[in-house]
Design a protein around this ligand. Structure first.
Ligand SMILES: NC(=O)c1ccc[n+]([C@@H]2O[C@H](COP(=O)([O-])OP(=O)(O)OC[C@H]3O[C@@H](n4cnc5c(N)ncnc54)[C@H](OP(=O)(O)O)[C@@H]3O)[C@@H](O)[C@H]2O)c1
Length: 287
């Protein structure tokens, strides 16, 4: 199958590399100023064209530009005749739905969204981690579903079907599982540093790795440890007093996460509802 990638950045390049390895013909890629060097390195011999020309040269057009540019780029490619009647228009965004591809559908192309549930800080990471990644496939009909599942497999992914309407919620879950894990880790590293721990990142690493392993092995409800699930009001009050003094902006996230942890403890049958209520009342004083 002939494929063009509009936006050969981290994900687009990795997708092109994987599809090429699976035997598909990557006929062109496009992107901004940094794209030609990236393509020369990872996709030798593949022409770098303007987005419209790249689209025109393929029956499968995969758009992998940043989400904020998705609407403008799809509109531009469609206006220039870059999506074919009967061809496939694909995006790899998690939050956007099929509607983002409406300009392509108006030109007669099928709409498809294939989102790798992975984090790719660099192209090299993406090339490595695409293999084995779960991939959410959203399509309009059974033909699109069959094509999407097989495309995702050729990308090296482990595909599953996802309803179009569920994509924003699905993406919010991805944000919690990856981006906010990073955010919470940044808070922790900062607090460890203020407390005088010499190398916070190294000190945290073993704890965090064990925590992720526990979540995978036992599930969140059984993996949860710490003062909330123990109903330990004194410790929580001490934590909050220290945070107010050292980093007042961390009090609100601590309280919000503590409430979620209390509920998790109750739902798991590990914390008595009465103890959770008492603790929740203590938290009220901090909000
Ligand atoms: N990174 C992740 O962890 C991840 C994971 C899953 C899904 N995704 C999805 O993958 C898609 C791409 O993300 P990414 O992280 O791969 O982005 P990226 O690394 O920033 O790459 C974006 C690509 O689009 C090009 N580009 C930027 N603005 C453009 C425009 N206006 N017109 C044409 N090309 C443009 C860039 O060119 P230059 O680099 O030359 O400027 C680059 O080739 C997004 O939909 C994102 O949600 C990302």
């Amino acid at each position: 199958m002939d494929v063009a990638v509009v936006g050969a950045g981290r994900v687009g390049t990795a997708v092109a590399v994987a599809l090429r390895t699976a035997g598909h013909d990557i006929v062109a890629v496009s992107g901004g100023a940094a794209t030609p060097a990236r393509a020369a390195r990872h996709l030798p011999g593949v022409p770098v064209l303007a987005s419209v020309q790249a689209g025109r040269s393929a029956s499968v057009v995969i758009v992998a530009v940043p989400d904020d540019a998705l609407g403008a780029v799809i509109g531009e490619v469609a206006a220039g005749g870059g999506f074919r009647e009967g061809g496939w228009a694909v995006h790899v965004s998690g939050a956007a739905g099929l509607a983002a591809l409406d300009p392509a559908a108006a030109a007669g192309a099928h709409r498809l969204a294939v989102h790798p549930l992975q984090t790719f800080p660099t192209v090299e990471d993406a090339v490595q981690r695409l293999r084995g990644a779960a991939m959410a496939v959203t399509s309009d009909d059974p033909e699109g579903e069959a094509f999407g599942l097989s495309l995702a497999r050729d990308m090296g992914g482990v595909p599953f079907r996802l309803d179009d309407a569920a994509r924003p919620l699905y993406h919010a879950a991805a944000v919690f599982s990856s981006n906010y894990l990073v955010t919470v880790s940044a808070i922790a590293a900062d607090l460890f540093a203020i407390a005088g721990v010499p190398d916070p990142a190294a000190a945290m690493a073993a704890l965090q790795r064990a925590t992720l392993e526990n979540i995978e092995r036992l599930g969140p409800a059984a993996a949860l440890t710490g003062p909330a699930v123990r109903g330990d009001i004194t410790t929580i009050d001490r934590n909050l007093t220290a945070l107010r003094s050292a980093r007042p902006d961390t009090v609100a996230p601590y309280v919000a996460l503590c409430r979620v942890a209390l509920q998790l403890g109750v739902d798991a049958g590990r914390l008595a509802p009465g103890d959770a209520t008492a603790l929740s009342e203590v938290l009220d004083a901090w909000t």
